[in-house]
Write a protein that binds this ligand. Structure first.
Ligand code: COA
Ligand code: MG
Length: 323
């Protein structure tokens, strides 16, 4: 059976079921690897568009020195005015602006939102309170045309943000009803988070397990993508694979990367294996049959299958259809 045929069926029935049960399934561009490129580095910027990566993040924030902020902003503005560079497959064209507290955000957003072409997505770092979201929402509403819309990715990277996380998600959804942005993902900013609460990092990251799990649980509760921490030892590809596989097992849908060599390992880790695809297709097939005869829970080769497992199977198929 081909991958295409495996990923096709059951969707209408499944969606009808979810509609009936008031559960929403959100569809996003895949963001398995989000690759940062310093916005002031034209060599790396041109290199980035040759990498087969789901999401390219042109950075204005921590990857850019204070003395180079204006250069980064102007370089990115020029790229935006030229339009999204074409690649063999579609990708997410994103910009990480500076935080609300930095004093740099107003000018960053002015340059980005008034450009000839908008990026697909804005990544907003160091969000801690609902006021930050309101500020962003106002700037977007005042700057972009009525028919346009932009994706928002929120960084959660300190203690206050972590305890306000549910309120932040609720208010982002509330604001987006009357604004021109759509919240798609949460990013776990682990290095800033550690600095904020005085954590000393260890190799297995056990000291940040609570925060890492909380973020993924809240993201999933709101139907959002969850993007895992950066692996900064960028030459250690074995360690990267270990941490990527762990993130995928925890439910994360992607990971931040800082170097092109990290991309294939991360994208592979967040892609379901052939075995998982076959597992998911068998479940969705059986689900379709069992729905016809009115059974919610059923037996498949000795395992009880009900809605949570069916949803897991559908997530796998959704991802395969979009990459
Ligand atoms: N995007 C695009 N190209 C990149 C890149 C990136 N993030 N990182 C490295 N490259 C390119 C280099 O320019 C080089 O290409 P070249 O030989 O044609 O010049 C090639 O990949 C190999 O790079 P390498 O020599 O191994 O790394 P480096 O010493 O040039 O850079 C880092 C190492 C970590 C400084 C660099 O990867 C980087 O700047 N990453 C982003 C850091 C960042 O944004 N941090 C903030 C978010 S956490
Ligand atoms: Mg950060």
């Amino acid at each position: 059976m081909t991958l295409r045929s495996l990923t096709r069926f059951s969707v209408p029935l499944f969606n009808r079921f979810l509609l009936h049960n008031k559960t929403s399934v959100r569809c996003y561009k895949p963001r398995r690897a989000l690759m940062y490129v310093p916005g002031d580095d034209t060599r790396k910027l041109s290199k980035a568009f040759k990498v087969d990566v789901d999401c390219i993040v042109m950075d204005c924030e921590d990857g850019v020195a204070m003395s180079r902020k204006e250069t980064a902003r102007n370089t990115i503005r020029k790229l935006l005015d030229n339009g999204k560079p074409l690649k063999p497959r579609d990708y997410d064209w994103a910009i990480r602006v500076n935080s609300v507290h930095s004093g740099l955000l107003e000018e960053d957003l002015r340059q980005v939102l008034t450009a000839e072409f908008l990026p697909d997505t804005i990544l907003l770092p160091k969000i801690t309170t609902v006021d930050h979201l309101k500020y962003f929402s106002d700037q977007v509403n005042n700057s972009i045309k009525d028919e346009e819309q932009i994706n928002l990715v929120m960084y959660i990277e300190d203690a206050l943000a972590m305890i306000n996380l549910v309120d932040l998600c609720k208010s982002a959804f509330e604001l987006s009803k009357t604004s021109k942005f759509k919240l798609t993902s949460l990013i776990f900013g682990s290095d800033d988070f550690c600095a904020s609460i005085g954590i000393s990092r260890s190799e297995n990251a056990s000291e940040i397990l609570y925060a890492r799990q909380k973020l993924v649980v809240v993201a999933k509760a709101y139907g959002l993508q969850a993007i895992d921490m950066v692996y900064i030892q960028y030459k250690d590809l074995e360690g990267l694979k270990r941490q990527s596989d762990e993130g995928a097992r925890m439910g994360y849908t992607g990971k931040q990367v800082i170097h092109p060599n990290q991309v294939p390992i991360v994208q592979e880790a967040f892609l379901p294996s052939q075995k998982q695809i076959e597992w998911a297709s068998a479940i969705l097939n059986a689900f379709e049959e069992q729905q016809k005869i009115g059974k919610g829970a059923f037996n498949l080769e000795g395992t009880m299958i009900d809605m949570p497992t069916v949803k897991q199977a559908q997530n796998i198929m959704n991802l395969m259809r979009s990459v």
